[in-house]
Ligand binder design. Sequence first.
Ligand code: FAD
Length: 426
Amino acid sequence: MQSWGNLPYDPPCRQRRLFDRAAPLPTGEAPLLAYGNGRSYGDVCINSGGELLQTRGLDRYLAFDDATGILRAEAGVLLDDIIRVFLPRGWFLPVTPGTRFVTLGGALANDVHGKNHHVAGTFGCHVPRFELLRSDGGRIECSPTENAELFAATIGGLGLTGLVTWIELRLRRVPGPAIAVENRRFHGLAEFFALNIEAEKTHEHVVAWIDCLAREPRGILMAGNHAAASAAAVPPAPTFSPAVPFTPPLSLVNRASLAAFNAAYFHKPLPARATVHCLPYFYPLDNLLYWNRIYGRRGFYQYQCAVPQAVQQDATAALLAAIRESGQGSFLAVLKTLGDMASPGMLSYPLPGANLALDFPNGGAHTLELFKRLDAIVRDAGGRLYPAKDARMPGDLFRQGYPQWRKFSQYVDPKFSSNFWRRVAG
Ligand SMILES: Cc1cc2nc3c(=O)[nH]c(=O)nc-3n(C[C@H](O)[C@H](O)[C@H](O)COP(=O)(O)OP(=O)(O)OC[C@H]3O[C@@H](n4cnc5c(N)ncnc54)[C@H](O)[C@@H]3O)c2cc1C
C-alpha cells in the first residue's frame, strides 16, 4: 500500500485486508492501522510489518436530520460522496481539505482544515459524536460529554486510538454550488499579510498561491464566499477529469519546468471578481486524477508547517529564502493563515499563525538537507509540522511541536501503530 507521496518504505507495507463491519478486529501479533483513501502524503497511514484495515467498505449513510444538518455516516464514506448527495439539497461540508477524495475517518484522524479555518476551525469542530472500535472489541461512543478524553484523543489522533466506525458531521447550509471569488496579486509578504487581514474580515474562504522561486515572494490571494446565483451564472463543474496514466521513471518537475510554470501562473489573466462552481474552486487538483504520478517513481514530499502569529512574517520569509536558495521548490505552494478557534483534538495541527505548504520532488539527500534547514526555522519559531503531510520529521521536532503527545499516548490502543508513530514517539 502507498500514500499520496509515493515514497518508498522499507520494508514495504504489504499486509492489508478490507475491514468487515460484522467481523472482530484481527487478533494476531501484527500492529493494526486503519487506512482510509491514502490521501495522506507520508506515513501516518503506513504500517510496515503490520496490517492495514481498509475502511472503504464502511460506506453507508445511517441518518440525516434536516433540521440540524447532522449526518451520521460510516467512516469510509468519501467527502466526494457527501457532496454529490447533499449539495443538490443545499448542504455542504463545514470544513474541507483541498481534495474531496478523503474518507470521513481520515478527515477526523488528521483533524483536517480548509480555507475557512479562520472562521470555522477544523473538521473536528463540527463532529458532535462518533463510535470507536478498540482492539479489545469494545465499541465506545465518544462526544464532548461522553468519553470526552477519548473523543479529544481520537480527533487528530492519527488513527492510533482504534478504528472509527461511524461519524456524525454537522453539515452547513449553502445557497447553491456558486462561490463568489475575489482575486488579488501581491508582491512581498507584507502585502500578503495586509491583504489577508482584510480578506478574512469579509470572506469565509481565503488562501494564497505563492511563487516560491521569485526573488521577492509573490502570489495570488483568492477569497471566496458561498453565493446565491442562477444556474446560468455558474459555470458547470467539469464532468470529466483526465488522469495521469502511469508513473514516469523520473520526476517531470524540475527547476526549469517550475520556474516556467510559476511565471506563467502568476501572470495569467486574472479576473478581479468571478462567480465559479465550488468544485473547481475547492478542489483544483482533483481535476487531474493521480497528478502525484508526475513526480516519478521516487515520489515526493510535502513540507507543511505552521508558525505562530507573532513571528509569522519573519519565519515565512526565512522559510521561503531557504527554499529559493536551495533551488528546489514546487508549483503547489500554498500560504494561508490559521485562526484562533480551538480544535477539540489533543494533537490537532493548526495554531494561530501562518501555514505554508510546498511539494518537493524526492531528490534524496539534497532534499533532506533542505528540510533540516527548514526544521531549524520552524523549531526556532515555536512552530510545528503537519503529520498528515509528513514522512520524515525528526521525533524531537514532533515532541516539541505537540507537547500533549505524552498525554495522548495514554489513549493509543495497544494493538494500533503506524510508521509515523514508531518514528516520532520512539
Ligand atoms: C491534493 C490534496 C490536498 C489536501 N489538502 C488538504 C488541506 O487543505 N487540509 C488538510 O488538512 N489536509 C489536506 N490534505 C490531506 C488529507 O486531507 C488528509 O491526509 C486526510 O486525512 C486523508 O484522508 P484519507 O481518507 O485518505 O485517509 P488516509 O490517508 O488513508 O489515513 C489518514 C489517517 O487517518 C487514519 N484513519 C483513516 N480512517 C480511519 C478510521 N476509520 N478510523 C480511525 N483512523 C482512520 C489513518 O490511520 C491515518 O492515520 C490534502 C491531501 C491531498 C492529496
